[in-house]
Ligand binder design. Structure first.
Ligand SMILES: Nc1nc2c(c(=O)[nH]1)N[C@H]1C(S)=C(S)[C@@H](COP(=O)(O)OP(=O)(O)OC[C@H]3O[C@@H](n4cnc5c(=O)[nH]c(N)nc54)[C@H](O)[C@@H]3O)O[C@H]1N2
Ligand SMILES: Nc1nc2c(c(=O)[nH]1)N[C@H]1C(S)=C(S)[C@@H](COP(=O)(O)OP(=O)(O)OC[C@H]3O[C@@H](n4cnc5c(=O)[nH]c(N)nc54)[C@H](O)[C@@H]3O)O[C@H]1N2
Ligand code: SF4
Ligand SMILES: [Mo]
Length: 740
């Protein structure tokens, strides 16, 4: 298909309106229909709306400039603590989503053909909502409400969670738990008895030594962290990067440790060994605030740098040197807990080792470490009590228990939709803002489940793969066209932020609140949506919190200013663990039949002709969410697979040619361009996740690059919380047929 040029795109997107300007973090351009390339700050916007971003989940405050009913520019809100006036490129590129010519425009109903053949007809909202409600009632009557599952990602999901609760189902899960941050969250909770937060409570700007172990800040663009990271480096802060790949951050690091994938736990234990043996730890913090130091010391006795060397391939003297370097900066020495940590199945234990290191460094509650956030008090909305659900959720396999699982498992609900595998079968899905076909491992199971279900409804903004598998597609308007619930964020300066529309919903798309309330009406649950609009709800909540409604809506944010968030400022240390202390040794884990201290087990290894398959992020994209965004794709339109020069030479493959990856189970990727580089270990390949879209309605992204998920046919399950370790797949690299 011929790509639309920019001018056509703008014509389609804005219905011929005057001008669309995009200022990106990288370049600032104005694309006027009259061809005028000069931005004019005086006349750029005639209205500025303060709202928050949804291009990823960080929720930065944005100012959307509009003119003549068209969003012309998106900037960072200077009053918002997460953006401080700046956005990442994806945030500024939100215009490319709003005016994406491929947006879902009207409700769709599958009329003919099998599910997945995408033979839809346009429908009215009444028709579509009636059908969804009828199907939900039918599942409830025959199988129980809990046999209807909901998958979600993103802030707008809150209304649909309420809807599911009111309907009587607790079968609710997000891939952003078991496929993302769940293991890390549980590890921090087990050790410190407190959450790490999202946004994480990391005082990076004051850190003296930041250790990134598989956390690729700079490519992972979480705005506040990247800003603080830059400030920290400017101030002379130092960086230790542990990554099999020479990441953007590695380029700025004092030490880059190209670790063998899946062996982080060995390095973490060896670092702790050195820090304990050489008495480099914060002895006062350990004595006053931790339990289990003796057990830890005994556990670490044989985890020597030499022991770790054999496992990680990092030389012992490097391990000793970096341990001393890291400890030398304590307590302003932070080992970043990461975010996406569903890697090898021992991920909660890996997270525990990171938590233990931070405890040894005394960085909890200290400047440059992990701060103790404060939160604004906004009374919770009073709703009628939710109906109780008799059966436990079906998200774990028959008989299985993950003792510290504290959210739903998305892959588990998927598996339970394949008849006969769980305590009871899941029969219907509601999918909000989650492209399960690309985001869940073992995609063959996702397709199997999708074929077995009685009913699937997808609520989305774009025709991504999951919508092609639905029976009914409900087009939500984008975040720039709707009110959502207040964001109440615990932070250094606690704040509440308002999401409100910059422009009216385009086409026949509707806000999530309206969709959820209309469904609730049809399901006899309207009492759970007591306001006419989300706007009325937001304003009522602001009033209940005694905040100035007009001012908060105008500025997009209300804060009560900085609270004491470190011990040095007078904040108190409180640990919500059973012992009330930091649990270096975890009795709770032992009581659940798990090791009380992180035990290293060797990860599965590739065959001699295979490579570890690793994935990550591109700075200008939020995985598959933005790969159809024409503005953002100007920078990185297609992913590539990184392969070390030596390996490429051995295979006779050249930079730039197309290859296919074939995994241990014979699964093949789409053709993908080869990037031959010295910046990765010779036993690994790396690609950015979120490419290789297959739905042709994504006219820009379809067929560009490859989807790593097609190669994730194996997982290793984390016994602590049920997460899916996905970095246990190995691939061969073959020349693609067409370029052979
Ligand atoms: N192989 C592999 N798998 C992974 C990862 C990986 O790196 N590799 N990463 C994992 C991680 S870290 C995560 S967090 C998960 C995320 O995976 P998902 O839960 O699937 O989340 P997204 O990819 O953000 O979902 C994108 C969907 O939301 C839609 N959308 C965007 N904005 C809106 C909106 O305002 N309203 C509605 N209704 N829909 C909207 C998009 O069009 C798209 O269909 O994937 C995980 N899966
Ligand atoms: N621009 C942008 N930013 C994003 C996102 C996005 O899509 N785009 N997504 C957001 C989301 S939802 C999440 S969860 C985060 C994810 O971002 P991160 O928390 O940083 O996690 P990953 O993407 O898993 O990290 C990938 C890095 O780990 C390295 N790695 C792979 N295997 C190993 C290993 O065994 N050991 C070590 N030490 N390193 C290894 C890879 O080479 C890569 O550099 O990013 C967030 N920020
Ligand atoms: S980090 Fe970027 S994409 Fe995410 S909310 Fe902030 S500006 Fe938006
Ligand atoms: Mo994530």
């Amino acid at each position: 298909m011929k790509d639309l040029n920019r001018r056509q795109f703008i014509q389609i997107g804005s219905g011929g309106a005057a001008a669309v300007a995009v200022g990106s973090g990288l370049t600032t351009r104005l694309w006027g229909l009259d061809g005028d390339p000069t931005p004019n700050p005086e006349t750029d916007g005639d209205r500025v709306v303060a709202t928050f971003c949804e291009m990823c989940f960080w929720k930065c405050g944005v100012l959307a400039h509009t003119k003549g009913g068209v969003v012309t520019k998106i900037e960072g809100n200077p009053d918002h603590p997460l953006s401080k006036g700046r956005l990442c490129p994806r945030g500024t590129g939100g215009i490319g989503l709003l005016y994406d010519p491929d947006r879902l425009r009207t409700p769709l109903i599958r009329k003919t053909g099998a599910r997945g053949e995408a033979t839809f007809v346009e429908a009215s909202w009444d028709e579509a909502l009636d059908l969804v409600a009828d199907k939900m009632k039918a599942v409830k009557a025959t199988h129980g409400a809990e046999a209807f599952a909901m998958f979600n990602h993103g802030y707008g999901a809150s209304f649909f969670k309420t809807l599911m609760g009111a309907y009587g189902s607790h079968s609710v899960a997000a891939p952003s738990y078991a496929q993302c941050r769940g293991s890390r969250d549980v590890a921090i909770q087990l050790t410190f008895g407190a959450p790490i937060g999202s946004p994480e409570y990391l005082d990076i700007e004051n850190t003296r030594v930041l250790t990134l172990i598989g956390s690729h800040l700079g490519e992972n663009m979480h705005n506040t962290q990247v800003q603080e990271f830059a400030a920290m480096l400017e101030r002379g802060g130092e960086l230790v990067v542990v990554d099999p790949r020479f990441s953007t951050a590695a380029g700025k690091a004092r030490y880059w440790l190209p670790i063998k994938p899946g062996t982080d736990l060995a390095l973490l234990l060896a670092w702790a060994h050195v820090i304990v043996k050489e008495k480099l730890y914060d002895a006062a913090f350990v004595a006053d605030w931790t339990v289990g130091f003796e057990q830890l010391q005994a556990h670490l006795a044989d985890k020597t740098p030499e022991w770790a060397w054999a496992r990680t391939s990092i030389a012992p003297e490097r391990i000793v040197e970096t341990a001393r370097f890291i400890a030398g900066a304590r307590p302003a020495s932070l080992v970043h807990p990461g975010r996406h940590t569903s890697w090898t199945g021992d991920d909660t234990q890996r997270g525990r080792a990171i938590a233990i290191l931070n405890a040894l460094l005394g960085s909890w509650g200290r400047p440059g470490g992990i701060f103790l956030p404060d939160k604004m008090k906004v009374p919770a909305t009073t709703l009628p009590p939710m109906p109780t659900v008799a059966r436990k959720a079906a998200d774990t396999p028959k008989g299985a228990i993950f003792p510290f699982q504290d959210e739903g498992l998305a892959h588990g609900l998927r598996d339970a939709s394949i008849p006969g595998t769980a305590e009871y079968d899941i029969k219907g899905w509601m999918v909000y803002g989650s492209n399960l076909v690309q985001s869940l491992p073992q995609p063959q199971k996702t397709l199997e489940a999708l074929q077995a279900l009685d009913f699937v409804v997808a609520i989305d903004v774009l025709p991504t793969e999951i919508t092609g598998w639905a029976d009914v597609v409900l087009p939500e308007c984008t975040y720039l066209e709707r009110w959502d619930d207040l964001a109440i964020t615990p932070w250094k300066e606690p704040f509440v932020a308002v999401r409100q529309p910059a422009v009216e919903p385009m086409y026949d798309s509707r806000p999530g609140w309206w969709i959820a309330k209309e469904l609730a009406k049809r399901l006899g649950a309207e009492a759970y949506f007591p306001w006419e609009t989300a706007e009325a709800m937001v304003k009522a909540r602001l009033e209940a919190a005694h905040l100035d409604v007009a001012k908060t809506v105008a500025t997009g944010v209300a804060s009560k200013g900085r609270a004491p968030v470190t011990v040095d400022e007078g904040a108190a240390l409180v640990f919500g663990t059973p012992s009330g202390k930091v649990e270096l040794f975890s009795q709770q884990m032992v009581d659940s039949g798990l090791p009380g201290l992180p035990d290293y087990t060797a990860p599965p290894a590739p065959a001699p002709d295979q490579f570890h398959l690793l994935s990550g992020r591109a700075p200008t994209h939020t995985f598959g969410r933005t790969t159809n965004n024409r503005f953002l794709s100007e920078v990185y339109a297609e992913n590539e697979v990184w392969l070390n020069v030596l390996a490429a030479k051995e295979l006779g493959l050249n930079h730039g040619e197309r290859v296919v990856l074939v995994n241990q189970d014979g699964k093949r990727s789409a053709p993908i361009r080869l990037k031959v580089t010295q910046r990765i270990r010779p036993d690994c390949v790396y690609m950015v996740h979120g490419y290789g879209h297959t739905d042709k309605r994504l006219r820009f992204a379809a067929g560009r690059g490859a989807d790593d998920q097609e190669l994730v046919s194996r997982v290793r399950i984390d016994p602590v919380m049920g997460g899916t370790g996905m970095n246990v797949n190995f691939v061969r690299v073959e020349r693609a047929a067409e370029s052979a």
